[in-house]
Design a binder for this molecule. Structure first.
Ligand code: NAP
Length: 306
């Protein structure tokens, strides 16, 4: 019987591991296929406090992992196929077998939806990004494209005009899904141009290891063209990684876990932190902060339940 099992190894999961390891709870972290989470898809991270000159996303995650391990957190690879509670025992079923625990911290994150283009993955962190707050700064004075027509795309496009010389918003229809107020702000912004009824069919230039243009196809006319840009921000929504918990843990309409009083879910002893329960802030630092909260909440729960 473990004291604490943590599912997920992004900033939320590893911070929960650090705190619960330092509370002598010997946590077990189960990391999935995307070990390290979304920061593994980024290059320089300049907004994580404590790194004056920034740090590469994968290096930050390696540091977090080593820091948690230094205090005794055990990290294993595994695919969780089921989770269930029986009284005060929670059973996490993995491909290595079942694990019983008194407390469970869920930090499975959310995945940014991608367009599915081969070059989009290849250039991720090298001009392709899913986070304007994280990467906008790198595109000072340069033209950028944003894909999507929802509030995220509009918000990112507006935010990016602080840095970019021009932002082209590429949307597959001729009406936006985002809220009226965001639409008004975006259409009034002189730096934003709209490319309607268009889909991105390729990103150039993998040979250079940087983005030089996006290739679009007009869905009405079939015409294709290159739009020269230095960055492509994909803002077509996120999917929380919560399918495992359907019917067991309370979720909002979009599938994010609902938490109350800090990190508590509707099941006693089960806590959630990071992007799996946050569709608003989605930052490494907020995820790490909520991982700390989940570890402290789990510790208090274990103390109270003897
Ligand atoms: P969303 O509302 O689901 O919008 C996704 C957008 O991406 C849609 O315009 C969709 O096009 C487009 N899209 C989806 N898949 C695509 C694909 N494969 N290729 C090209 N385009 C694709 O997602 P979101 O913008 O992330 O917003 C999620 C929720 O958070 C919403 O409720 C939103 O209001 C909220 N939010 C609010 C704020 C704010 O208030 N400041 C900021 C961000 C998010 P279609 O329109 O054609 O389907």
């Amino acid at each position: 019987m473990r004291n604490v099992v943590i599912i997920g190894s992004g900033p939320a999961g590893l911070t929960a591991a650090l705190y619960s390891a330092r509370a002598n709870l010997s946590p077990l972290v189960i990391e999935g296929l995307d070990a390290g989470g979304q920061l593994m898809l980024t290059t320089a991270v300049e907004n994580f406090p404590g790194f004056r000159d920034g740090i590469m996303g994968p290096d930050l995650m390696a540091n977090m992992r080593a820091q948690a391990e230094r205090f005794g957190a055990e990290i294993v690879q595994g695919r969780v196929s089921a989770v269930a509670a029986n009284g005060q025992t929670i059973t996490v079923t993995t491909d290595q077998g079942p694990i019983e625990t008194r407390a469970l911290i869920i930090a499975t994150g959310a995945s940014a939806k991608l367009l599915g283009l081969p070059n989009e993955r290849a250039l991720m962190g090298h001009g392709v990004s899913t986070c304007a707050t994280c990467d906008g700064f790198f595109f000072r004075g340069k033209p950028i494209a944003v894909v999507g027509g929802g509030d995220s795309a509009l918000e990112e496009a507006i935010f990016l005009t602080r840095f970019a010389s021009k932002v082209t918003l590429i949307h597959r229809r001729d009406t936006l899904r985002g809220s009226k107020i965001m639409q008004d702000k975006a259409t009034a912004n002189e730096k934003i141009e709209f490319e309607w009824n268009s889909e991105v069919i390729d990103v150039k230039d993998t040979a250079k290891g940087a983005v030089s243009a996006v290739v679009t196809r007009n869905l009405k006319t079939g015409a294709t063209k290159d739009i020269p840009v230095d960055g492509l921000f994909v803002a077509i929504g996120h999917t929380p990684n919560t399918s495992l918990f359907t019917g067991w843990l309370e979720m909002d309409a979009a599938g994010y876990l609902k938490t109350h009083d800090g990190s508590k879910t509707n099941v006693p002893g089960v806590f959630a932190c990071g992007d799996v329960q946050d569709h608003i802030y989605r930052q490494a630092i907020t995820a790490a902060g909520s991982g700390c909260m989940a570890a402290l909440d789990a510790e208090h729960y274990l103390e109270a339940s003897g």
